[in-house]
Design a protein around this ligand. Structure first.
Ligand SMILES: *[C@@H]1O[C@H](CO)[C@@H](O)[C@H](O)[C@H]1NC(C)=O
Ligand SMILES: *[C@@H]1O[C@H](CO)[C@@H](O)[C@H](O)[C@H]1NC(C)=O
Ligand SMILES: *[C@@H]1O[C@H](CO)[C@@H](O)[C@H](O)[C@H]1NC(C)=O
Ligand SMILES: *[C@@H]1O[C@H](CO)[C@@H](O)[C@H](O)[C@H]1NC(C)=O
Ligand SMILES: *[C@@H]1O[C@H](CO)[C@@H](O)[C@H](O)[C@H]1NC(C)=O
Length: 422
């Protein structure tokens, strides 16, 4: 064949197999479940609706440098007939592979140092729930999540060519994060070049991650990778991307994995809570309740206690320090905790995100004391982010936030997960 013909043919083929060719499907959508055992959030290993009852989950992780699964890698190829990833055959990355070098550069300082032999790509994998480390091998896997037009998931344009090869670490059984909930790995949504928001740029998206964590273990929440739009069934004409306030996201260094914003002040009913000027807040998927350094924690407890002086208190239930009599909380609820962000926009934490019902008629202020020597003074946990729509715009380094969707008559469980053909 003539070279030009070959080139043209290749070009046509390339545009056929590229998901970019389907203009209305440039965003990926992944269902999220709240785990009963840990109160953290997880997704099915297939990144789609759970296809069978025992299908394991991955923990949704905003800080992990790469996705980690419990799986095995073929290291001795002597007896293995040729086989591919589709058949589940995984081989270790070579040490000189740039993805291997990037993975090794995110070495977790709390893990013991490794002796790199450079025969295969070894890294330390980290279990964010038990804080334990182990050795694992970097390899590749196939990603085939739903794409969406913003309203429904669709498998159509993603198949049969849309399988996307990406880098993961294969860890041993020690990675099991939560046995009752069958979580056997972590899915990385951090700022790392190996995590999904930046890795899936093949979707023609501008490095955007939208997160809507479900508040109950029964409903499905949703994560989007890409530009949207993001429509929920409760208000079919409202793109949730259009209701957000924005504030800059802070990166501490080029290797920094987590998402941080700055706040100017915290107030309750206009009364200021004393916090150091311009505190940074880490948004964490690894803790269920916001962890505050002791000085900030004590100031918040004092301020909230004062603002709820008319509601009878009941003995505190661990790990919380202030509990109210649930039945005495009126229809108006408790006062909001307002975080004024660096941009001057206010993130309001209303009762659904501040009070945790712990049984026996008690509702507790769902913040915990991290002690006086924590690394980050304010680490926002998942309970405070549930039923809030959050848009992490990595390209423009800003965070969009909605405050509670419940006051808008919707929730994170209102995305329509009925699959449609494209
Ligand atoms: C966990 O996995 C086992 C077997 O793989 C399955 O029988 C069980 O239903 C799963 N549990 C949950 C909570 O999914
Ligand atoms: C690889 O497998 C073959 C056949 O099972 C065996 O003879 C050989 O010793 C193995 N090599 C290593 C390095 O384990
Ligand atoms: C690393 O390698 C050095 C030199 O080969 C050896 O002395 C040391 O014991 C090794 N450390 C570990 C943790 O394997
Ligand atoms: C991996 O786990 C084994 C068994 O618990 C342990 O002996 C080993 O030290 C761990 N490795 C690392 C790097 O933590
Ligand atoms: C969900 O989507 C399906 C397919 O488009 C549609 O038939 C159904 O009415 C939708 N459900 C809701 C509650 O909007």
């Amino acid at each position: 064949m003539h070279l030009v013909t070959i080139k043209i043919l290749f070009f046509i083929l390339a545009s056929l197999i590229s998901p970019n060719a389907y203009s209305q499907y440039t965003t990926s959508v992944i269902p999220i479940t709240k785990d009963e055992a840990t109160s953290l959030h997880k997704l099915a290993r297939s990144f789609r609706l759970r296809s069978w009852d025992g299908e394991p989950y991955l923990l949704l992780d905003l800080e992990a440098p790469f996705t980690e699964k419990q799986c095995s890698v073929i290291t001795n190829t002597t007896d293995i007939p040729p086989c591919g990833l589709e058949e589940g055959c995984r081989f270790p990355l070579k040490c000189d592979n740039p993805s291997c070098q990037e993975a090794e550069s995110y070495f977790n300082p709390t893990c013991p140092a490794l002796n790199f032999t450079c025969e295969k790509c070894e890294v330390t994998s980290f279990n964010p729930v038990s804080n334990s480390c182990n050795v694992s091998l970097m390899t590749t896997d196939l990603f085939n999540a739903y794409l969406t037009d913003g309203r429904n998931p669709s498998l159509g344009p993603n198949q049969p060519f849309g399988y996307y090869e990406y880098v993961i670490s294969c860890a041993s059984k020690l990675l099991v994060v939560s046995s009752p909930g069958n979580i056997t790995g972590v899915a990385a949504f951090s700022w790392s070049g190996l995590a999904f928001p930046r890795k899936l740029s093949f979707l023609d998206s501008a490095e955007k991650l939208a997160l809507c964590l479900p508040g109950t273990t029964s409903g499905l929440g949703v994560t989007f990778l890409g530009d949207g739009p993001y429509y929920f069934t409760s208000d079919p004409n409202l793109d949730l991307g259009s209701v957000l306030s924005y504030t800059p996201m802070i990166r501490k260094s080029s290797k920094s994995l987590g998402y941080y914003i700055k706040i100017n002040r915290i107030s309750i009913k206009g009364a200021l809570i004393s916090v150091p000027k311009s505190s940074s807040v880490k948004l964490s998927s690894r803790v269920p309740y916001t962890v505050l350094r002791s000085d900030i924690y004590n100031a918040l407890i004092a301020g909230f206690s004062k603002a709820t002086v008319n509601i009878p208190k009941v003995p505190a239930v661990k790990p919380f320090g202030l509990c109210l009599k649930d039945s005495a909380i009126g229809l108006d609820g408790v006062p909001k905790i307002d975080l004024e962000t660096e941009s001057g926009k206010v993130w309001s934490i209303s009762g659904e995100n501040s009070m945790k019902r712990v049984g026996n008629g008690a509702a507790c202020l769902a913040f915990v004391d991290g002690g006086s020597r924590v690394g980050d003074a304010i680490v926002m946990g998942t309970f405070q982010m549930e039923d809030n729509f959050l848009l992490f715009d990595l390209g423009n380094q800003k965070l969009g936030f909605s405050s509670s969707l419940l006051s808008r008559g919707t929730s994170c469980s209102k995305f329509n997960f009925t699959e449609v053909a494209s």
